[in-house]
Design a protein around this ligand. Structure first.
Ligand code: SAM
Length: 273
């Protein structure tokens, strides 16, 4: 296992401001969780630079695992557009005991086209509500073994107000204490959910979270709604699927709001190319 000092040195050698990645103490928590549950196959949603992916691969190898899949909707890393998503993974982990599979242009809705199932997951993609809940619903159907889902940025809602990153918090708040575990790393910024709970309990957690007002901007598209509806109906039943579609309707953006958002987004991009 890596010591905190070893993690700090490796982290410092690769991280740069604006990378939006895990901190060394969060990585130490990731390492201890991987060692505790010993996943053979690990899944990450939200790759970005691939810094955490590389550490996960190292921890997975130490714990006897052999596979890490990571996926991201983007193909270029948001912190440095000259670099592909996941470019740091092979710099942090150069071994061959663990196969690291980077999938770009994909979200949790595409998991059935990727090489699952997995034993454990780390969700660190879109932090606006309800994305962490939707990602967890999607991931749950592809988990075997320990069925532990780690989440990042429990404190994002407070630390970066403009992000409106309430998604991890909404999911955490609705999960019964028995099935959630937060850790003091980086000011209680990481937690995991133990999906070894009765199906009805998990459906209730997801229903409660989905019914909290959404902060995703703009709200999800019709096509994404339809895909999630089908996925939720298949895995969790028609009741939760219909509730989900109703929450999409309640959180829908009007045309005027979408146009204003698009104009403001373009202006912001022109100011910060
Ligand atoms: C906070 S960064 C991930 C950081 C990374 N896990 C790490 O620790 O270095 C979030 C990433 O999620 C990606 N993303 C955003 N929405 C997504 C979605 N719905 N599905 C998959 N990836 C998404 C973004 O492109 C971005 O690269």
């Amino acid at each position: 296992m890596l010591t905190l000092e070893e993690i700090q040195d490796l982290h410092a050698a690769h991280v740069q401001p604006g990378f939006g990645t895990t901190t060394p103490d969060e990585l130490l928590f990731l390492q201890s969780t991987i060692h505790r549950f010993k996943p053979k196959r690990f899944l990450e949603i939200g790759t970005a630079s691939g810094l955490t992916t590389g550490f996960i691969a190292r921890f997975t190898e130490d714990a006897g695992g052999n596979h890490v899949t990571t996926l991201d909707t983007d193909t270029r890393f948001f912190g440095d557009h000259s670099k592909p998503v996941g470019y740091l993974a092979s710099e942090i982990y150069s071994g061959d005991a663990v196969k690291v599979h980077i999938e770009t242009g994909k979200s949790s809705l595409d998991l059935s086209t990727v090489d699952g199932p997995w034993d454990m997951a780390f969700v660190d993609a879109d932090h606006a509500h309800p994305w962490p809940t939707l990602d967890t619903l999607a991931v749950a159907a592809h988990l075997t073994g320990p069925r532990i889902v780690l989440h990042h940025d429990l404190q994002l809602f407070r630390r970066h107000l403009w992000f409106r990153g309430t998604g991890p918090r909404a999911l955490f708040n609705e999960t019964p204490e028995k099935f959630r575990h937060a850790h003091p790393a980086n000011g209680w910024n990481m937690f995991y959910i133990d999906l070894n709970m009765p199906d009805e309990t998990w459906s209730e957690v997801a229903a409660n979270a989905l019914c909290m007002p959404w902060t995703a901007r703009p709200s999800i598209s019709r096509r994404t709604r339809d895909r999630f509806h089908t996925m939720i109906q298949t895995n969790n039943g028609i009741g939760l699927a219909n509730l989900f579609s109703e929450t999409v309707r309640l959180n829908r953006w009007s045309l005027a709001r979408r146009v204003i958002f698009a104009i403001r987004f373009q202006l912001a991009k022109m100011r910060n190319p």
